[in-house]
Design a protein. Sequence first.
Length: 95
Amino acid sequence: MLDRSMPPRLRGFGSFDRVFEQGTHFFEFPFQVRYLAGTQPMSIGFSVPKRRFQKAVDRNLLRRRMRAAYRLHRETWESQGLGGYLVLVYSTNDI
């Protein structure tokens, strides 16, 4: 049976700040991917900027969709054997 659970989530401003300040980043439409390598198992965070989506309903909808897409393709991410912190930032104005 496939494991559809999520890895430990990245929480708190300190964790996100560390990834944004010390990590590397690249853009893969529609996401800005920020990554900080480490030896611990992967922790993932999802972000939708308030500047682009003022309504919380829209931000929550996009975060739910991002989490669902990650769960469906989790094997692909984990087959890379990466560890550390990963933040996916939604970077377009379209829902």
